[in-house]
Design a protein. Structure first.
Length: 497
C-alpha cells in the first residue's frame, strides 16, 4: 500500500468527508470520528512519503493517477518541500479536529456532520494544492479549499456570515485570476503538467501573454494568502470564524497558496527571468508594506483574535520578502517561516478558542490572572509570542535569521531594517498579551463552560494546545536539521548552479 501513499493523503479524508453526513445520521459522533481517523491516515501517509523522498536523496516521487502518464494524465509530484508541508498540514488538521469536539458536542447530528464534512474537505483542498503536479488540478483543490473555508467561517455565528460572504467575493476574484493565468499558459504551451510546463514555457518568457499570466498568478495567490493590500477579507474571516476551526484556517489556509506561488516562481517560471524579477520586486514592496502596516494595525486592536489576524498580514509579508530576495537564504527563510508560522499561529488560535470556550470572550484587557486559570494555555501563548517576536531558541528566531542572511547576502540592507523594526513592533503587542496574562490582576470573568480541573479545559482541547507549545520548541531545536536534511534537498535549480 505504500506505493499509493501520495494519493491516500487526499483520498482518505475526501472519502470520509463524503460519507460523514451519512454516518452522522446513524450516530451523531460516528461521522466525526471517521473523518478524524481519515485525517490520521492522511498524516501517516504524508510521513511515509516524506521518509521515502528523503531516503532517495530528495528525488521527486511522481505518482500517476490511474496509471496515465503525464502530460495527458494527472500526477502528484512530491519533493522534500511539499512533502514536509503535507506533513505539517495533516498534523495540524489532526490536532484541530480533536480540539474541535467540545465546540460541537451539544449540536445535533446535522451540525456535527456538516462541520466535520467541511473540515475534512478543507484538509483535502490544502493537501491537494501542495502535492499536485498539475496546474488545473491545483485550481480544483484551490476551490475545494475555498468553498470549505467559506463554510467553516460562516459557521462562526451571526457576524461570520458577512465575513464569509466578503471572503467569497474577494476569493472568487483570486481564483478566477489564477484560472485566467492557467488559460494563458495553456494557450502558449499546450500543457497543464507542471514539469512539462517548465520546459515548454521557456520560448515564451518574453511574450506579453507570459507577463500577463505572471501578474494573474501574483494577484490571484496574493488574495488567497492575504498579501497586503489584498488582505481585506482576512481580519473579519479570522476574527469571526468557527472557534473550533479558526486555528486550522489561520495556521494553514494561507500556506498552501504561498507554496503554490513558490512553485510557480521558482520551479516553473525560473527566478532569473526579467519578468519574474520585476514581479518579485513588486512582491518585496508589498511584503514590506504588509509587515509594517500589519504590525501597526495589530498594535491598535483589543480583540485577541483580530490582533492575531493583522499579525498574520505581517507574517505573510516575511514570506513575501524572502521570495523577493531571490537568493538561497531568502528562499530557505521563506519556506522555514511558512512551516514555523503554521504552528505558531495555530497554537495561538487554539488558546484563543479555549479562552472563548470557557469564558465566552477574548477581550485582550480581560485576560488578567489567566496564568492561574489556564496554566498550560498561557505557557503556550508565552512560547508562541516569543517565537513571533523572534527570540531563541524558539522556531521563529531561525526563520528570521535566514531571512536576515538572505538580505545580507543580497546586499538588501533595507530588508534587515524592516525585519528589526517589525520584531520590535511584534514585541510591543505580544508583551502586552504576556503582561495581561501573567502580571495584571485577575479579571472577573463569567464561565460559560465551567471547568474546575487543573487543566482548565477538556482534555481533547488541552492536548493540541500542549502539543502546539512543544512543537514551537522542537522546530526551534531542529531548525538546522530541517534546513540541511529537507529544505536544501528541495532547492530550485537556480540555486544549484
Amino acid at each position: 500500500m505504500t506505493q499509493h501513499a501520495p494519493v491516500l493523503i487526499v483520498l482518505l479524508p475526501l472519502t470520509a468527508s463524503l460519507l460523514c453526513m451519512l454516518f452522522s445520521r446513524i450516530s451523531k459522533n460516528l461521522g466525526s470520528w471517521i473523518v478524524m481517523a481519515s485525517i490520521a491516515g492522511a498524516f501517516a501517509n504524508a510521513c511515509i512519503v516524506l521518509q521515502r523522498v528523503l531516503e532517495s536523496g530528495g528525488k521527486t516521487w511522481h505518482y500517476w493517477m490511474g496509471g496515465w502518464e503525464p502530460p495527458i494524465g494527472i500526477e502528484f509530484a512530491l519533493d522534500p518541500l511539499n512533502s514536509i508541508l503535507a506533513v505539517v498540514v495533516t498534523f495540524i488538521s489532526l490536532m484541530v479536529s480533536l480540539y474541535s469536539r467540545p465546540f460541537v458536542k451539544d449540536e445535533d447530528w446535522l451540525h456535527v456532520g456538516g462541520y466535520y464534512t467541511l473540515f475534512g474537505l478543507l484538509t483535502v483542498g490544502l493537501s491537494g494544492m501542495i502535492i499536485t503536479g498539475d496546474v488545473f488540478n491545483l485550481y480544483v483543490y484551490l476551490e475545494i479549499m475555498s468553498l470549505s473555508g467559506y463554510g467553516l467561517i460562516a459557521l462562526g455565528g451571526r457576524k461570520s456570515m458577512l465575513a464569509a460572504f466578503r471572503y467569497l467575493l474577494i476569493g472568487t476574484i483570486g481564483a478566477s485570476l489564477y484560472l485566467l493565468g492557467v488559460g494563458y499558459l495553456y494557450a502558449m504551451t499546450g500543457t497543464l503538467n507542471m514539469a512539462d510546463l517548465a520546459a515548454r514555457v521557456v520560448p515564451h518568457l518574453n511574450s506579453p501573454l507570459f507577463a500577463i499570466a505572471v501578474a494573474c498568478f501574483i494577484i490571484g495567490f496574493g488574495i488567497k494568502m492575504a498579501l497586503f493590500p489584498l488582505h481585506g477579507w482576512q481580519p473579519d474571516a479570522y476574527t469571526f470564524a468557527h472557534p473550533g476551526a479558526a486555528a486550522f484556517i489561520a495556521g494553514c489556509m494561507s500556506k498552501a497558496p504561498a507554496y503554490a506561488l513558490i512553485r510557480f516562481v521558482y520551479y516553473i517560471f525560473k527566478v532569473d527571468n526579467p519578468v519574474v524579477q520585476s514581479a518579485l520586486n513588486v512582491l518585496g514592496i508589498l511584503g514590506v508594506a504588509g509587515i509594517l502596516i500589519g504590525s501597526i494595525m495589530a498594535m491598535a486592536q483589543y480583540d485577541f483574535r483580530r490582533m492575531l489576524a493583522y499579525s498574520s498580514v505581517a507574517q505573510i509579508g516575511y514570506i513575501a520578502i524572502g521570495l523577493a530576495m531571490g537568493n538561497m537564504y531568502g528562499f530557505i527563510g521563506a519556506v522555514l517561516h511558512a512551516i514555523n508560522h503554521a504552528f505558531m499561529k495555530s497554537s495561538l488560535f487554539l488558546v484563543i478558542g479555549g479562552i472563548e470556550y470557557r469564558f465566552g470572550e477574548v477581550n485582550l484587557y480581560r485576560l488578567g490572572g489567566m496564568n492561574k486559570k489556564m496554566t498550560i494555555s498561557t505557557i503556550t501563548v508565552l512560547l508562541a509570542s516569543l517565537s513571533m517576536i523572534g527570540l531563541p531558541p524558539t522556531c521563529g528566531f531561525f526563520s528570521k535569521w535566514y531571512l536576515m542572511l538572505g538580505a545580507y547576502t543580497g546586499a538588501q540592507y533595507f530588508y534587515i531594517a524592516v525585519l528589526v523594526i517589525s520584531s520590535l513592533l511584534n514585541a510591543i503587542y505580544f508583551f502586552r498579551i504576556i503582561e495581561q496574562m501573567f502580571i495584571q490582576r485577575e479579571a472577573s470573568l463569567t464561565e460559560v463552560h465551567p471547568h474546575k480541573g487543573k487543566l482548565g479545559l477538556p482534555l481533547s482541547m488541552v492536548i493540541p494546545i500542549l502539543v502546539g507549545g512543544i512543537m514551537i520548541l522542537v522546530l526551534g531545536f531542529c531548525s538546522v536539521d530541517i534546513v540541511t536534511d529537507v529544505v536544501k534537498l528541495g532547492l530550485p535549480e537556480v540555486f544549484l548552479r
